[in-house]
Design a protein around this ligand. Structure first.
Ligand code: PLP
Length: 476
C-alpha cells in the first residue's frame, strides 16, 4: 500500500468509523447471528491474489457488522462498559501508525517516558499516593488487562515473600492467596498461571448485605494457614466487584495484611477511575497506607478503548526483580546506566504497544473536568434508574447500590424462588433478543438479579428511560 493509497483508504476508514458511531444506535445492540453464521459467510481459503481494500470494507459491512454486539451502543448496559471515545481511537490509530515497540527505553524513549507521564498524571487525578509515582520507589505502568495486573502482583508478591527464591528455584511448600466470594475469577486464573494452584486460593466470606470481604474471617484464615505451615502470599481486595460493584474495606484488609506481612493488591478494575471525582475519593481509603499494588481500567469507564489497565506499585523492586532477565541481544547503554525504566520488566510479554498515546489523547482532549463530567453523567443516570426501580412495587432493588451499576429483579409475587429466577432470566433473554437493549445478570444471595451498568460514552438519560420502560412492560 503506497502512502497515497493509505491516505485514500485511511480517510475512508475514519469516515466509516465516524458513520458507525453516529449510527450505532439504529443497530440491534446484541448480535443476532447464530453460531457459525459469520464463518460460513467467509471464504474457506485465503486469497491468492491481493484484493482491493474496498472489498475488505464491503465484507466488513456485509459479514462482520451483523456479527457484532455493539459495545458502543447507547443502550448497551451489559457487563461493565468498555467505553471508547474519538481521542482514544485516534490515539490508538497513531500508535498503530507509528508501530514502535516500547519494550526498552532505548527502543523508543518517548514511548516509555510519555507512559511514565500519563500514569503519574492519572495517579494525581485519582488522588493516589505520591509513592505510586514513577519518580519515587514505586511507579505506574499500562498493562493490557486487570487480569495481567493481578498475575504480575502475584509474581511480585512471591518475589518479596521468598526473598527472590521463587523466581530462581521455583515454589517450594504451600503458598496461599486470599480472595472473597465476590472476587473476579481472573485472580483464580492468575493463581493457576503462577503455579500456586486453585486449591490454594482461599475464599473469604463476605458481609451478606454489603458483599464486602469479612476481615475477621480473613485474619483467622491467614493465622490458621500460617499455623499449618503455609506461606500467605497476597490478599486481593476489590474496589467495585464485578457482580454488584461492592467495595472491600481496603483499610481494614490492609491492617490484617500488615500484621501478617502479606502483599495487598487492589483490583479496582471498574471503580478506580471514578476517584477522578473528589467526592468519590472514599474509594481510595487505605490505599496510601497499606496497598502494595493497585490496578484500574480506563478501558472500562474512562473513555479509553481496550486495552488499557493502569497498574501502580508502591515499590517497583519486587516486580522488576521477579521479571528482569538481561540477555545479550537486549543489552544497551541506557539500561546499563540504570537511569531509565525498561517496561519489559514490568509485564509478561517483551514487546509492548504504545498504549500511552490513547490515554494521553483522552486526558488532553477531556481534561480533568471532562473526565469528571463523564463519570458524573453515569452516576446521575444510575441514580435516576434507582429512583424508578425503588418506586415500583413490582421490583426489588439490590442495596447498597454502588456507583454506576444498578442491580434489581422483578418480584414475581406468588412464584416460588426457582420459578421467579427462571422468569427473570427469560425476561432478560427476551429483552436482549429484541436488540433494543442489552443487560446481563448475576446472583446475589442465591437469587438471580439483573445488572444494568451505566457509563457508556453515548448513553443519555432517554436511553435509560427507554430501557426501564421496556423492562417494566416485559415484567407484567
Ligand atoms: N476485575 C474486576 C473487578 C472486573 O470487573 C473485571 C472485568 O469486568 C476484571 C477484573 C477483568 O478485567 P480485564 O478484562 O481487564 O482483565
Amino acid at each position: 500500500m503506497t502512502p497515497d493509497e493509505f491516505r485514500t483508504h485511511g480517510k475512508q476508514v475514519v469516515d466509516w468509523i465516524a458513520d458507525y458511531l453516529e449510527g450505532v444506535e439504529s443497530l440491534p445492540v446484541r448480535s443476532q447471528v447464530a453460531p457459525g453464521d459469520v464463518r460460513r459467510a467467509l471464504p474457506e481459503h485465503p486469497p491468492e491474489q491481493g484484493e482491493d481494500f474496498a472489498a475488505v470494507m464491503a465484507d466488513l459491512d456485509r459479514i462482520v457488522v451483523p456479527g457484532l454486539t455493539h459495545w458502543q451502543h447507547p443502550s448497551f448496559f451489559a457487563y461493565y462498559p468498555a467505553n471508547t471515545s474519538g481521542p482514544a481511537i485516534l490515539g490508538d490509530l497513531l500508535s498503530s501508525g507509528l508501530g514502535v515497540q516500547g519494550m526498552l527505553w532505548a527502543t523508543s524513549p518517548a514511548c516509555t517516558e510519555l507512559e511514565t507521564v500519563v500514569v503519574d498524571w492519572l495517579a494525581e487525578l485519582f488522588g493516589l499516593p505520591e509513592h505510586f509515582r514513577t519518580d519515587r520507589a514505586g511507579g505506574g505502568v499500562i498493562q493490557d488487562s486487570a487480569s495481567s495486573a493481578t498475575l504480575l502482583a502475584i509474581l511480585a508478591a512471591l518475589q518479596r515473600t521468598s526473598d527472590g527464591a521463587a523466581a530462581v528455584g521455583g515454589l517450594t511448600g504451600r503458598h496461599t492467596l486470599y480472595v472473597s466470594t465476590e472476587t473476579h475469577s481472573s485472580v483464580a486464573k492468575s493463581a493457576r498461571i503462577a503455579g500456586i494452584g486453585a486449591d490454594n486460593v482461599r475464599v473469604v466470606d463476605v458481609d451478606p448485605k454489603a458483599l464486602a470481604m469479612d476481615v475477621t474471617v480473613l485474619d483467622r484464615m491467614i493465622a490458621e494457614d500460617v499455623a499449618a505451615g503455609a506461606v500467605p502470599v497476597l490478599v486481593c481486595a476489590t474496589v467495585g466487584t464485578t457482580s454488584t460493584a461492592a467495595v472491600d474495606p481496603v483499610r481494614a484488609v490492609g491492617e490484617v495484611c500488615r500484621r501478617h506481612g502479606v502483599w495487598l493488591h487492589v483490583d479496582a478494575a471498574y471503580a478506580g477511575v471514578a476517584a477522578v471525582c473528589p467526592e468519590l475519593r472514599w474509594l481510595n481509603d487505605g490505599v496510601a497506607e497499606y496497598v502494595d499494588s493497585y490496578a484500574t481500567n480506563p478501558h472500562k469507564w474512562l473513555l479509553t478503548n481496550f486495552d488499557c489497565t493502569v497498574m501502580w506499585v508502591a515499590d517497583r523492586a519486587p516486580l522488576v526483580g521477579a521479571l528482569a532477565i538481561h540477555p545479550e541481544y537486549l543489552r544497551n547503554a541506557a539500561t546499563s546506566s540504570g537511569a531509565v525504566v525498561d517496561f519489559r520488566d514490568w509485564q509478561v510479554s517483551l514487546g509492548r504497544r504504545f498504549r500511552a498515546l490513547k490515554l494521553w489523547a483522552v486526558l488532553r482532549w477531556y481534561g480533568a473536568e471532562g473526565l469528571r463530567a463523564h463519570i458524573r453523567a453515569g452516576l446521575a443516570q444510575a441514580a435516576e434508574l434507582v429512583s424508578w426501580v425503588a418506586a415500583d412495587e413490582s421490583f426489588e432493588l439490590h442495596e447498597p447500590q454502588t456507583l454506576g451499576l444498578v442491580c434489581f429483579r422483578p418480584r414475581w409475587p406468588g412464584s416460588p424462588v426457582e420459578e421467579a429466577d427462571a422468569a427473570t432470566l427469560r425476561l432478560m433473554e427476551s429483552l436482549n433478543a429484541s436488540g433494543d437493549l442489552y443487560l446481563t445478570h448475576t446472583k446475589v444471595g442465591g437469587r438471580v438479579v439483573l445488572r444494568m451498568a451505566l457509563g457508556g460514552t453515548r448513553t443519555e438519560s432517554r436511553h435509560v428511560r427507554a430501557a426501564w420502560d421496556a423492562i417494566r412492560a416485559a415484567a407484567v
